[in-house]
Design a protein around this ligand. Structure first.
Ligand code: ATP
Ligand code: MN
Ligand code: MN
Length: 299
């Protein structure tokens, strides 16, 4: 298939997903969840997941032997993928063919390749240098309680609001939360990245006992790392509705801010309980995320 992006969705009939091989293979041994369970989850979640990933370069975490064996982060297109499309993007030296999913069949082809996690860029394949969102990834160090993480997410929201930016929250399926602000029109990474860094440093100045803005693990005890590094060309963050390759088969779940206080942990939503929530959802928990017009202030 020729390198292209954004074309598959315009075809008349939906493309057929590949046949799932080894559907009985157990991918989450502690939870006895099989490859078929994973494919069924993604099929059910697809109307929600697809808009999160479509048209963006993305990486996947593949676990051919399940989560108890070696998993790997894959960013480039590889042989045998016929439904997943590609976009050639420049890299530090040379260029690479990145994975692009434009429809359900392509996403399910990645599942057939034992992809468990979807990690899109904060940019589209046709404008890889333009961020269309900013993500603050709150990473709790040892000793940080869940209510502290929730408070930090609300703090990020307040501070962004003071800068004229609405933001939205999701569980990661791991330990923390992501606070995401859409940018429309988008902005070049060369502007967004320093903004995100300065914002994180500003939080540390406000409360140096609570926050750190350096990735060094030894400074993280009892503090939350405001991980601004998701905001750069080629950086990814987990897609809302993606599974995580972790025990319990947790799912990254977008929330309404009013719901956050009722959520017990970053991995509270799982393959087992997420489908019921998705069925009940009448609208995306992020409301007007997709239509908000907002851009970065000058700092
Ligand atoms: P948690 O809440 O447990 O922190 P998380 O998804 O935020 O979950 P992080 O370790 O903070 O996990 O990573 C943030 C994002 O950075 C991930 O969602 C992923 O997209 C990206 N990332 C993580 N590890 C790698 C890696 N080895 N290579 C490339 N990108 C990565
Ligand atoms: Mn994180
Ligand atoms: Mn992080």
């Amino acid at each position: 298939r020729a390198a292209s992006t954004g074309s598959a969705t315009t075809s008349d009939a939906p493309r057929t997903p590949p046949t799932l091989s080894s559907p009985e293979k157990v991918l989450f041994p502690g939870d006895t969840l099989t490859k078929r369970d994973v494919a069924d989850y993604y099929t059910a979640a697809m109307p929600w997941l697809l808009p999160e990933i479509a048209g963006r370069p993305q990486s996947v975490i593949r676990c051919p032997g399940g989560i108890a064996s070696a998993c790997f982060f894959q960013k480039h297109h590889t042989a045998g993928m016929t439904l997943v499309e590609t976009v050639r993007l420049k890299e530090e030296s040379g260029s690479g063919d990145y994975l692009v999913v434009n429809d359900a069949a392509a996403a399910l082809e990645l599942v057939q390749f034992n992809a468990l996690e979807f990690h899109p860029w904060g940019a589209h394949a046709d404008a890889p240098d333009i961020a269309d969102r900013i993500v603050f990834d709150l990473d709790p160090g040892e000793g940080v309680s869940w209510p502290d993480i929730v408070a930090a997410a609300r703090h990020v929201r307040e501070l962004l609001k003071q800068l004229g930016l609405e933001s939205f929250v999701r569980t990661t399926g791991g330990k923390g939360l992501h606070v995401v602000a859409p940018l429309s029109p988008g902005a070049d990474w060369s502007v967004v990245k320093p903004f995100a860094h300065a914002f994180a440093q500003g939080m540390v100045e406000l409360d140096p006992l609570k926050y750190v803005a350096t990735a060094t693990k030894k400074f993280r005890k009892d503090r939350i790392f405001v991980d601004y590094l998701r905001n750069g060309r080629g950086a990814t963050s987990v897609a809302s509705f993606s599974l995580r390759a972790r025990a319990g088969a947790p799912v990254s779940m977008p929330l309404r801010w009013e719901e956050l206080g009722r959520v017990k942990s970053g991995d509270a939503f799982t393959l087992r309980n997420a489908p019921a929530r998705l069925k009940r959802l009448k609208a995306h928990p992020w409301g007007d995320y997709a239509t908000l017009q907002q851009s970065l202030p000058d700092l």
